[in-house]
Write a protein that binds this ligand. Sequence first.
Ligand SMILES: C[S@@+](CC[C@H](N)C(=O)[O-])C[C@H]1O[C@@H](n2cnc3c(N)ncnc32)[C@H](O)[C@@H]1O
Length: 211
Amino acid sequence: MAMMPLSPDLFARLDESSDDLFYENPRFVTHIDDAAIAAVTQLYREYFPPGGAILDLMSSWISHLPSEIAYREVVLLGMNQEELAANPRATECLVRDLNQEPRLPFGDARFDGAAICVSVDYLTRPIEVFRECARVLRRGAPLVVTFSNRCFPTKVIAGWRLLDDEGHQELVARYFDEAGTWTDIELLDRSPGRDGDPLYAVIARSKLASR
Ligand SMILES: C[S@@+](CC[C@H](N)C(=O)[O-])C[C@H]1O[C@@H](n2cnc3c(N)ncnc32)[C@H](O)[C@@H]1O
């Protein structure tokens, strides 16, 4: 993957209709099992500072943040208003299609941490989104990208369908690298056990100077 160009065909999808249609109706479900969710929560415990401002990108009704930790703000961005409105951690939420508009409507260095949970595989313009994410994080703040081995197959990018779990980690690390705005890229396997959903993470820190 390191040498493979990120050509446009890698970002084609079986269903190229507007994402608005696919996410029109709320899905009040969990997309990974409880043990995998606990692994995501543990990562947030380790990487997000208590009392910080957190951005949950590609969010839904559940953010997996540790219940015992308070954050100054939890800002959600996703596709379905009903799901976001039901999220008990939200201090602010907005509906936005990042494949249409990868720009994030937030000021520079506003956040102390950001998350993309089981969703990075739906991004068709990930480098732009990752660059924007670095911009809205303060210098040194992490973006925690987690994923498992499940997806909505018609909406996932072609590159994701071609790769195995390790390849997915390498692809996400490549997004960070190509964005050019990240440092300390880590690839983690936090899978809870053989019987449950696997859980992988790729994490990096914004290297943009404080503005
Ligand atoms: C599998 S769900 C994961 C939701 C949530 N992050 C979680 O952990 O349960 C995929 C999410 O990606 C979001 N999403 C998909 N395509 C998107 C797009 N083009 N722009 C913004 N969000 C998108 C949807 O709103 C949906 O909530």
